[in-house]
Design a protein around this ligand. Structure first.
Ligand SMILES: [Zn+2]
Length: 770
């Protein structure tokens, strides 16, 4: 992953909080404001919502909806008739219950021409659907919850195995999107569904048609909107005609959890590609971006069809949304205008949504046993696309980043097993449900080999399309394809929380051996132990490099004995970050996120600095004051305190910069006018830098420094500074990143360096790297 760009993006299967059964969770990409909030949120406890009560099993499920809907944005109104095909899945019952938005009034329910009696009841129990997202434990808006329509079935009907009823209803859907309270950074704008002049958004959360929790249904729908408007929904558009009003007809062939519909004054642009249609529905001012999205969509589809098998739908559309969002539903994605304008076509963005076409929107997530969909989608889109298309070093960096993110945001005291991950509420959930899970798929791929791994994924899609799948389903499919048991793998990585901690111990180097140089060392892991096979790399004095691996072991100590043709100068365990393990803070490369996540931290501001300099940093200071009012503020450097520091302001207003950055040793030199990093010079008035060095005296803490050569250069970055948390330095020119990289960690327990290999010193202990 080369850049997270100017916005930080988090993907989640997120349900809006509401006291109702969750129906048809779309996958949401949530855009949020400032990354430093991640740390500041550390004190906010978030519930992985537990079911409050469990409803009795349903007697009926829905197999098909035939909807005729008129939507009037000016009055927020919807009038509809839904011909619903039910199938009995439980015991016979005189009552058939469906959910419907409580702002919609049912005027009639008919069996053919026969009107059936019905009653309306409030939903008394909040339950967590076995298959759909969690019910939440907070209510944010009254009145948007569904009510229950109870149809009283006469004798002959209650005995039937299937039943088709017509529901006529109308009402208003008015829930204008609003910023969520609390954790802004993990939530998108918030609505359960809205019809208004600014746009139409109806989803499973809206419950805008009669529904039964757990139903997987197909849909055919005819929608009428005023002239000048048009809609897009799932499936194939059969026809559209525009007279006084615009009427369109759509049909889905594959069952899905819910039907999402979006309406606006779209400009539709489409291309026929093989037997499918690739289209964009953009607002007029963004219509010029259509080709960008069409080209990118085709590029991803080509790649993922090759990887995962036939695309499950007849179309893919990129649809502009009137509120900030990144919603992936079967056959289209809904992106807010802001991201549309930014060209949101990266693998972690558009690529991710396209992978959801197979994973999540064609094979569904059985959330009762944990969410596997986000981890696999993250692996295939955010990671694997780059592995295949970018330099190999990028893939290695990406794995390292995922491992560090997991270690930093899911410390042992807050960790939980993947079977408990549902969706993202907190950076910890992102670290576990997305990054740890993606690494688990990486390890599974290494364990099985390329061909069985990808064959299993194709088999998963082929065999489970239109149905739910869980981690157990995945285990079963991988075992069948690979023809061997994988219970141990899934037990240690999915059912158990955590990850192993690794270290090199008892290094012994014997130059007197008859075989030349003999290296012995122990690979140690903490308890509970994992079954692991760990690659390691030995660099020799001769310049040669040996790429080796332990055997599979599950003991706390595994001894390696190795004859070498020359003296070693470096030994590194898991040099390419292929085996997920926990990395301690003091063994991480320095970066701003070490400051962000530190429970002991302060900022250092100059005692006297000119107004222009101060004003340049004001947006940053404001955010810090707002989100962390108790953050200690220092005016001079004090290295004796046990804390991480964020230094702000040009070095001409600080007097001890050598001390500040001494943890970076000789990698960089800064002066008020010039920055030198690894031999590169940056010295224009447009230059700004964010650099982090290990705290020279307090292991595990960091000193980060941000300044501009000119106030204007700093001002261009200040507002977004916390988006640059994941590397050791970023050099900006005119607000754009022109150089970035990690520095080495200050110490390591998975690496040994021999500084002065010599026949006279046969025994060396692992030394912290200098
Ligand atoms: Zn996703």
């Amino acid at each position: 992953m080369t850049s997270l760009g100017p916005v930080l993006i988090v993907r989640t299967l997120l349900k809006f909080p509401s006291l109702k059964p969750a129906i048809g969770a779309p996958s949401l990409i949530v855009l949020f404001g400032a990354m430093f909030l991640l740390a500041l949120a550390a004190n906010v406890s978030v519930l992985l919502a537990a079911p409050l009560s469990i409803s009795p099993p349903e007697s009926w499920t829905i197999r098909h909806h035939q909807l005729t809907v008129t939507v009037t944005p000016a009055t927020h109104r919807l009038a509809a008739e839904d011909l619903v095909h039910f199938e009995r899945v439980g015991n016979e019952s005189a009552a058939l219950r469906v959910m419907l938005n409580s702002h919609l009034t049912v005027t009639a329910i008919r069996f053919g021409t026969q009107a059936l009696p019905f009653s309306v009841q409030p939903v008394l129990s909040v339950h967590d659907s076995a298959h759909k997202s969690d019910a939440m434990t907070t209510v944010t808006k009254s009145g948007s919850d569904p009510h229950q329509i109870v149809v009283h079935l006469p004798d002959p009907l209650r005995l039937q195995k299937s039943l088709t009823l017509i529901f006529a209803y109308h009402g208003t859907i008015y829930d204008p999107p609003r910023p969520p309270s609390g954790l802004r950074y993990v939530r998108s704008a918030h609505t359960t569904g809205h019809i208004g002049p600014e746009g139409v958004y109806l989803s499973g959360d809206t419950v805008w048609y009669p529904d039964i929790t757990g139903s997987l249904a197909t849909y055919s729908i005819e929608v009428t909107v005023p002239f000048g408007w048009n809609v897009v929904t799932q499936g194939t558009r059969l026809r559209e005609e525009a007279r006084e009003a615009v009427r369109s007809q759509w049909i889905t062939r594959l069952p899905s959890e819910a039907l999402t519909l979006s309406g606006n004054r779209f400009v539709r642009q489409a291309r026929q590609w093989h037997d499918m249609e690739i289209s964009t529905y953009l607002l007029p001012e963004n219509r010029h971006l259509a080709n960008l999205y069409l080209d990118a969509a085709i590029q991803y589809l080509t790649f993922y069809i090759d990887l995962l098998g036939p695309y499950p739908f007849t179309k893919f559309a990129v649809v502009e949304n009137f509120f900030p969002s990144g919603i992936g539903v079967p056959s289209f994605t809904l992106l807010g205008s802001g991201v549309i304008r930014r060209g949101y076509i990266q693998p972690y963005a558009l690529g991710h949504e396209i992978v959801h076409s197979w994973i999540g929107n064609a094979v569904f997530n059985d959330l009762s046993r944990g969410n596997w969909v986000e981890g696999l989608t993250t692996y295939l889109a955010n990671y694997y696309y780059d592995e295949r298309h970018a330099a190999s070093d990028q893939a290695r960096k990406h794995r390292r980043r995922m491992m560090i993110e997991y270690s930093l945001y899911a410390p042992p005291s807050e960790d939980y097993p993947l079977t408990q991950f549902r969706h993202k509420e907190h950076p910890r959930d992102n670290a576990i449900g997305y990054h740890k899970a993606a690494m688990v798929f990486h390890m599974l791929r290494r364990e099985l080999g390329e061909a069985p791994f990808f064959a299993s994924l194709r088999r998963l899609v082929k065999e489970r399309i239109g149905t739910y799948a869980s981690w157990e389903t995945l285990q079963h499919i991988f075992e069948q394809t690979a023809q061997r048991p994988l219970g141990w793998f899934f037990e240690q990585w999915i059912t158990r929380p955590g990850a192993p901690q690794l270290r090199i111990e008892r290094v012994y180097l014997d130059h007197t051996s008859q075989e030349g140089t003999f290296l012995r060392f122990v690979v140690a892991q903490t308890s509970p132990t994992y079954r692991l096979q760990i690659p390691f790399r030995v660099t020799l004095e001769s310049g040669d490099t040996l790429h080796l691996s332990t055997e599979l072991f599950s003991t706390s100590a595994y001894q390696v004995g190795l004859p070498l043709p020359a003296s070693p100068i470096r030994l590194v365990l898991d040099p390419d970050f292929d085996v997920l393990h926990r990395i301690e803070r003091e063994h991480m490369p320095p970066m701003l996120n070490l400051w962000v996540t530190d429970s002991h931290k302060a900022i250092v501001l100059p005692k006297h600095w000119p107004r222009a300099e101060q004003e340049a940093l004001e947006p940053l200071l404001q955010r810090l004051r707002q989100h962390s009012p108790d953050l200690p503020q220092r005016t001079r450097l004090e290295l004796t305190r046990n804390e991480s520091l964020l230094v702000l302001g040009n070095p001409r207003y600080h007097d001890r910069e050598r001390l500040f950055l001494s943890g970076c040793r000789n990698r960089l030199t800064i002066t008020p006018e010039e920055i030198q990093i690894d031999g590169r010079h940056f010295a224009s008035s447009e230059t700004a830098i964010l650099v982090s060095c290990p705290h020279p005296r307090q292991p595990g803490h960091v000193i980060s420094w941000f300044y501009g050569v000119s106030p204007a250069a700093a001002a261009k970055v200040a507002r977004l500074l916390f988006f640059y948390g994941w590397e050791s330095y970023f050099v900006f020119q005119n607000g754009r990143v022109v150089a970035r990289d990690w520095f080495d960690p200050p110490s390591s327990v998975t690496e040994v360096q021999w500084n002065a290999p010599s026949a006279h010193s046969p025994i060396l202990s692992p030394t912290p790297r200098e």
